[in-house]
Ligand binder design. Structure first.
Ligand SMILES: *Cc1c(COP(=O)(O)O)cnc(C)c1O
Length: 305
C-alpha cells in the first residue's frame, strides 16, 4: 500500500497572495503555491516526484528503492520517509566519503531505515555504478538522483491541480534536474508562460536540465532565466542570505538557500526589471526543501525551517 500524505496535509497547502507596493505600482498579482506546507518531511515537490516511483516499486513487488543524493539531499530524506511509510526498504547512495559526523539529513534518513552507502565523488559520477547496483540489487527499484525521470515528471504534472491554475499568466519555479518544471510545462495551458530559474550554473550550449526538459515536454511556452544561480549548486553569499531574511520578515515565508531562496530572489529581480506587463497574474511554486538549511551556521537565518 503506497503511503500518501493525509488529505488534511494536502489541504493545508495554501496559495498565498503577496503584498508589496511594487506589485501595486506595476499592476501585477503575485501568488505563492506553498508546497513547503504539504508535509513536514516529504516536503515540496519531492512527494509529487516520488509518488509514481513508489507505485511502480509496489506494482513490481520490489522489496525497496535504491536512490542517490548528497549529504543534505531533500530527495534522500523524502525517499527514506516515504518508503518507510509504504513498507518498502530504502538504500541511499551518498555522494562523497563517509563523514565522521553525519549531517542531520543523513541522521534522519538513517533513522527512517534508509541504508546508507557512501561513494567517492569520482565513483558516484560514474554511470557504471548504476549498472552495478542494478545487478547487485535486482529486487530494488532504482530511482535516479532527485527523482529525475519520466515517472517524476508524471507526478509533477499533478502539482498545478492544487490551485485554479488556468488563472495565472506566468508560473515560476526552480530548476534542479528539470523534472518538476517538465511536469509543470506539460500540465499548463499553452497560453501560460512557464519560467524556470536554474540553481545550478550551466553552460548554455550543453545543459543537462535543458536537454531533460526538451526530451520530456513538447511545449515551447517556457523560458529559462539563468542569472540567479549565485555561482552554482548550494553556493550562496550574503546577498542571498539577506534576501531570504528580508523576504521572511515581509511575507512570513521561509525559503531554503539551495532552491527557493534563489527562485524568489530571481522572481523579485524580474519584477524590478519590469519583466511582467501590467495585468500579469504570477504563480511562484515554493517547492519546499527547508530542511537543507540545517547545513547553515546557526543564527544566519532569522527563521526556523
Ligand atoms: C529537488 C528540488 C527542486 C528541483 O526540482 P527538479 O525537479 O530536480 O528540477 C526544487 N526545489 C526544491 C526545494 C527541491 O528540493
Amino acid at each position: 500500500m503506497i503511503y500518501l500524505p493525509d488529505l488534511p496535509d494536502i489541504m493545508k497547502v495554501a496559495a498565498q497572495t503577496l503584498t508589496d507596493p511594487i506589485f501595486e505600482q506595476l499592476k501585477i498579482n503575485v501568488t505563492v503555491l506553498r508546497l513547503d506546507k504539504i508535509h513536514a518531511i516529504i516536503s515540496g515537490n519531492k512527494w509529487f516526484k516520488l509518488k509514481y516511483y513508489l507505485k511502480r516499486a509496489s506494482d513490481l513487488q520490489k522489496k525497496g528503492v535504491v536512490t542517490f543524493g548528497g549529504a543534505f539531499s531533500n530527495h534522500l530524506i523524502a525517499t527514506a520517509y516515504a518508503c518507510k511509510q509504504s513498507g518498502l526498504s530504502s538504500i541511499g547512495v551518498i555522494r562523497g566519503e563517509e563523514p565522521a559526523v553525519y549531517s542531520p539529513t543523513l541522521q534522519d534518513a538513517g533513522s527512517y531505515g534508509m541504508k546508507l552507502l557512501f561513494q567517492s565523488r569520482q565513483a558516484y559520477k560514474d554511470r557504471h555504478l548504476i549498472l552495478e547496483l542494478q545487478q547487485s540489487h535486482p529486487d530494488y527499484l532504482l530511482v535516479e538522483e532527485g527523482g529525475r525521470g519520466h515517472l517524476g515528471v508524471k507526478g509533477a504534472e499533478e502539482i498545478l491541480h492544487l490551485v485554479p491554475s488556468h488563472h495565472y499568466t506566468h508560473i515560476l519555479c526552480a530548476i534542479g534536474t528539470g523534472t518538476m518544471i517538465s511536469g509543470i510545462i506539460n500540465s499548463a495551458l499553452v497560453t501560460q508562460q512557464i519560467i524556470g530559474i536554474p540553481v545550478i550554473k550551466m553552460a548554455n550550449s550543453h545543459c543537462e536540465a535543458v536537454e531533460f526538459i526538451n526530451a520530456h515536454t513538447t511545449a515551447v511556452n517556457f523560458s529559462i532565466q539563468n542569472d540567479f544561480h549565485f555561482g552554482g549548486y548550494a553556493k550562496k553569499n550574503n546577498t542571498l542570505i539577506q534576501f531570504m531574511n528580508d523576504f521572511y520578515h515581509q511575507h512570513a515565508i521561509p525559503t531554503d538557500f539551495v532552491y527557493t531562496g534563489k527562485l524568489f530572489y530571481g522572481a523579485m529581480k524580474l519584477v524590478e526589471k519590469n519583466f511582467f506587463v501590467a495585468g500579469s497574474n504570477i504563480l511562484i511554486i515554493h517547492s519546499g526543501g527547508l530542511q537543507g538549511n540545517r547545513s547553515l551556521p546557526e543564527g544566519l537565518l532569522h527563521f526556523n525551517s
